[in-house]
Design a protein. Structure first.
Ligand code: GTP
Ligand code: SPV
Ligand code: MN
Length: 619
């Protein structure tokens, strides 16, 4: 028997299966929830408190319906395995829209539809879409609750998986709601439905979703509507939808930066501290660099963030970064004791959700790259028996661990500072088999903006579509810029122009993924990337040597600390090589990329390209 609620969200709903505080004094929030409930007709409404009891009830329920499998308490306490529908495994960029009022404001890199047209389509989809389900109201804040201006959001979702994941990924619940009420604050309304209503008596599936998917941002209204997917950035709306797409628009309007960047703290053997932010496209190494265990003696890395940085100028004129998130949503495959021991230690503490990885016979999880030796038997992410002889990987390439960042053993204490940390260097990077050297230092902010604007990378499994295709991914933000990317480049240029140049972070371009003739990575990566960080710091301090090349400053082989590095001279030469032919081939691609933007492309970037061509001797 399903009983549809009347739209009175201000009271605890009869029949609610999970206890809730049940009400808000915030008029706009109350009326929005009522409006959504009237449209989507859920069976019940649950105001998410964020309490431990609620987590227990929610996860128990997810186990009962078969969405979650509880892991072995001795191995992974309070942790769960989950398998998505095999069709719902990654962000869907072709279904993601920026519905600005004017098409030109979405620019040439985003899908666009007129807001009214999109709202009509989605309102039809939402009508009755929560039938038979619970409508959860998740008050959340991205960044600190005690920030000068807390960045509130409220996600409405009909997915308990989303509620559990949001509790890990963001600061949520009653304490946030109370603060929204006290301040009578504005919040970003973020509406999510998996689009799988249940008829009376209809049995639910483990992973409800719909073949029809829309991930939509309305930038002027600061509003998010998502439909049809339950996975990752499509559904955890505080993450990419709010903290990048909507926040990038706020940042443009208010003079700051919302970026797809990790934040790390680097301490030298002498005790000098530098904070570094780095933007690499999805599945290109942010989580790994953020948690790096240096291979060079005396150097220390601590983590502040692994995916998103909000950066604002402080009173002292320096650029300060905060991580708006509260959890890690990390790529599982390739994460192991050899590559990222700190991530392994973080998940070992439990309280995590693992999606689309394999289950071991003793109730633990496994994925490719976790251990060198493969387990003799697993249940793969599709629920089938798996052995080392199996022809398919046990885990989906975009399988993820979702785990509290506070469990990270090398979390920097400054993580808790709402003022953030002053950034000394920004790294851009991507996956390129050729062309891009291990590290290049930009001459100045505008040249660094040019490097970011022309960043390229081979596509990964983090989004649906072909993998391994080189595409331009400006500042690693291609799928996340909430407005015209040409205007976004202008914003970067303007931020630099308005700042005190001496206090701006220095910009570098890195590539851990160059290959040799045999197709192997020439650079060992992971902990060895500390050698590049050391060079970066020494460049900041003016102590390391570099060669001036047409593309920027590249280390001399001697200036890079290679003590104890297991690499031939030839491999190092390839890693650092600036090859004239490869760059000559790159130029027309950059030209074509810039042409897309027409008059919105800052002329300074054309000037940078002309300068590069001249230095390369390319016409
Ligand atoms: P998103 O969470 O999608 O934004 O990804 P991310 O940028 O945080 O990427 P992550 O650190 O999770 O790395 C993705 C994949 O790249 C994993 O399989 C890693 O093992 C691999 N990887 C990371 N760093 C390196 C490196 O230095 N060298 C090589 N060869 N692979 C790396
Ligand atoms: C990314 O794709 O860059 C991610 C994972 O960090 S998701 O949350 O799905 O966006
Ligand atoms: Mn990411």
């Amino acid at each position: 028997t399903t009983e549809t609620t009347t739209a009175t969200p201000a009271t605890a709903t009869p029949g609610a299966e999970i206890p809730s505080d049940g009400s808000t004094t915030h008029a706009r929030l109350a009326s929005w929830v009522a409006e959504v409930a009237a449209l989507t007709t859920p069976d019940r409404i649950h105001w998410v408190t964020g309490s431990d009891e609620e987590w227990k009830a929610l996860t128990d329920e997810l186990v009962e319906v078969g969405t979650f499998t509880r892991l072995n308490e001795d191995l992974k306490p309070n942790s769960f395995h989950c398998a998505s529908d095999p069709s719902d495994v990654a962000r869907v960029e072709d279904r993601t829209y920026i519905c600005s009022v004017e098409e030109k404001d979405a620019g040439p890199t985003n899908n666009w539809m007129a807001p009214d047209e999109m709202k009509a389509i989605m309102t039809d989809l939402y009508r009755g879409s929560m039938k038979g389900r619970t409508l959860y109201v998740i008050p959340f804040v991205m960044g600190h609750l005690n920030a000068d201006k807390p960045m509130f959001g409220v996600e409405i979702t009909d997915s308990a998986y989303v509620v559990a994941s949001m509790r890990v990924m963001a600061r949520i619940g009653t304490k946030v709601l109370k603060r929204i009420e006290e301040l009578d604050a504005d919040f970003v309304p973020a509406l999510h439905s998996v689009g799988a209503p249940l008829e009376p008596g209809q049995k639910d599936v483990a992973w409800p979703c719909s073949d029809t998917k829309y991930i939509v941002q309305f930038p002027e209204e600061r509003m998010i509507w998502s439909y049809g997917s339950g996975y990752g950035g499509n559904a955890l709306l505080g993450k990419k939808c709010y903290s990048l797409r909507i926040a990038s628009v706020m940042a443009r309007d208010e003079g700051w930066l919302a970026e797809h960047m990790l934040i790390l703290k680097l301490t030298s053997p002498e005790g000098t501290v530098k904070y570094i932010a780095a933007a690499f496209p999805s599945a290109c190494g942010k989580t790994n660099l953020a948690m790096l265990e240096p291979t060079i003696p005396g150097w220390k890395v601590e983590t502040l963030g692994d995916d998103i940085a909000w950066m604002k100028f402080g009173k002292d004129g320096r650029l300060y970064a905060v991580n708006p998130e509260f959890g890690l949503f990390g790529v599982a495959p390739g994460t192991g004791w050899d590559t990222n021991p700190n991530a392994m230690r973080t998940i070992a503490k439990g309280n995590s959700v693992f999606t689309n990885v394999a289950l071991t016979d003793d109730g633990d999880i496994w994925w490719e790259g976790m251990t060198e030796e493969k387990p003799a038997h697993l249940i793969d992410w599709k629920g089938r028996d798996w052995t080392p002889e199996s022809t398919e990987p046990s885990s989906h390439p975009n399988s993820r661990f979702c785990t509290p960042i506070e469990q990270c053993p090398i979390l920097a204490p400054e993580y808790d500072d709402p003022q953030g940390v002053p950034i000394s260097a920004i790294l851009f990077g991507g996956r390129r088999k050729t062309t891009i050297p291990l590290v290049t230092e930009a001459r100045d902010w505008v040249h660094g903006t040019f490097m970011g604007a022309t960043l390229s990378s081979e596509t990964t499994a983090a989004a649906t579509g072909a993998v391994g295709v080189v595409r331009r991914d400006p500042m690693a933000m291609l799928p996340f810029i909430g407005y015209n990317a040409g205007d976004y480049f202008n914003h970067w240029i303007k931020v630099g122009k308005d700042a005190d140049a001496a206090k701006l972070p220095k910009i570098f371009y890195v590539n851990w993924f160059r290959r040799d003739a045999d197709g192997g990575f020439v650079w060992p990566g992971f902990g060895e990337n500390s050698r590049v960080l050391k060079w970066v710091v020494e460049r900041l301090e003016g102590t390391a040597a570099a060669v001036e090349t047409p593309i920027g400053h590249v280390p001399t082989p001697e200036s890079l600390d290679t003590d104890g590095l297991d690499m031939t001279e030839e491999q190092l030469r390839i890693a650092l090589n600036v090859d004239a032919d490869e760059w000559a081939a790159e130029i027309p691609q950059i030209q074509e990329w810039f042409d897309k933007f027409g008059p919105t492309l800052p002329t300074t970037l054309w000037t940078e390209l002309d300068g590069l061509k001249a230095r390369l001797g390319v016409k």
